[in-house]
Design a binder for this molecule. Sequence first.
Ligand SMILES: [Zn+2]
Length: 274
Amino acid sequence: MSATKSLAFVLHTQDYRDTSLLGDFYTKDFGRIRGIVKGIRDTRARFGSTLEPFSLNEILFYRRRRGAELHLVTQVDLLDLFPVLRDDLERLATASYCSELLKELVENEESAPEIFELMHDTLKFLVSGASAKRAARIFEVKLFDLLGLMPEVKNCVFCRTEAKGIFYFNAGLGGVHCGDCGSKGKLGARHVAASANPRFSAGQGSGRHETSAPISLGTLHFLSHVQRAAISDLYSVKVSQEVGEELEKVLRRFTDFHLSHKLNSLTFMEKIGL
Ligand SMILES: [Zn+2]
């Protein structure tokens, strides 16, 4: 075993035995890791952090042999608790949602510093006071893009016609299609879907059949703009109420398609009417 230090966001923790915690972390250098933090809940323990959700920490962990699922985390030091977000229910719920989505969509121990930076930028975006809903939508688009799951939003996934007029979004196809292709009965064949958007794996989505729904050009333009722009340039980006609502609906369908269960943070948001 060798000791390794890394910056890490806390994605999730659960009690483990009497005084320990089992933690999911998103580290800057090693992607998502799981580790046991022994004795951290002991009242006599001296740790530099209580590992609050989405807090930024420096952790020291001992990497177990290759293939072992759990590492041993021996030191945790809090770098940023993002206290502003904990005083505001909508921001707290949004930051929790981003952590949970990240935990569910990324594989263990696949290094991707740009995903770590995305999480950091999104929390800073939320701290800045910009719209929490916008922060969530931007996070979703950027995360899909970094994971190679970004839906095709510029051209029909079948005939490559550029999106104009009335186009339809289909989560199962990994993007949009034109009305002509929709009426030609191409939608049912999953093998066609797989080749329609080469970056999209047909194995995802538990084989659910997805229906197509019309999507406005305003929403499609916003999606491709977010994909290209830096987060720091999106703080003040404005969208109409209709586009905002459609974005949320479309991205929710796409996210649901890639998840096997409903996220706790979404259930919480619905409960408090967000
Ligand atoms: Zn088409």
